[in-house]
Write a protein of this length. Structure first.
Length: 214
């Protein structure tokens, strides 16, 4: 039996990690075996690259940044995602290749077609069965992200939070453009209520797109 791959996307502060965790919990409660992952990360190589990529004190050229994300993604696909899907598990991943298209394409100005070819090299035929895009106003998202960072006592500069509001606006436009181009795969959910309401909406989307989960 082949499992299902669900990716959760959105700009900083959209609540991706919270929603991914709660969605995975609800799927487990319904009797599914669920693997919860994050990008970049969830492998030894990915976690090392995550530390580098999040470090706002290190300058990276846009293409270097993209290559590092794809390297972390390839490790994740080969070592975690494909084996889990082959065993019939559901996989919920916090970010996937749409983030690179939006951040390094729309945000950094790299060629989107080139990035899509890089995704193919990194992922092959491993694509999400469903992508949930959490859409939030960039100003609200940035404020939420910085509040979480302060609340965790993190003093290091975060590369993407440091870029500011105009950067996030471009990324949001990119995500929405990707969603318009792939309406069968990507569902946009507006983040206006609390986390429970968003998760309930996500569950309805999962059942509409992938069938009943219980």
């Amino acid at each position: 039996m082949t499992g299902k791959l669900i990716s959760i996307e959105g700009i900083e502060g959209a609540g991706k990690s919270t929603v991914a965790g709660q969605l995975a919990d609800r799927l487990r409660e319904a009797g599914h075996s669920v693997l919860e992952l994050r990008e970049p990360g969830s492998t030894p190589v990915g976690e090392s690259l995550r530390t580098l990529l999040k470090d706002g004190t290190i300058h990276l050229a846009p293409l270097t940044e993209a290559f590092l994300f794809e390297a972390a993604r390839h490790e994740l696909v080969v070592r975690r995602i494909r084996p889990a899907l082959a065993e019939g598990q559901w996989v919920v991943v916090d970010r996937f290749y749409d983030s690179t298209t939006a951040y390094q394409g729309w945000g950094r100005g790299l060629d989107v077609e080139m990035l899509c070819r890089m995704h193919m090299d990194a992922c092959g035929e491993t694509t999400p069965d469903l992508t949930i895009l959490l859409d939030i106003d960039p100003a609200v998202g940035l404020d939420r992200a910085r509040s979480v960072t302060r609340g965790q006592g993190v003093t290091a500069r975060d590369r993407f939070e440091e870029e500011g509001i105009s950067f996030l606006k471009r990324i949001r436009e990119g995500f929405l453009a990707i969603a318009r181009a792939e309406p069968n795969r990507i569902v946009v959910i507006s983040v206006t209520g609390d986390a429970d309401e968003v998760v309930q909406c996500c569950l309805r989307v999962v059942e509409e797109k992938l069938g009943r989960i219980d």
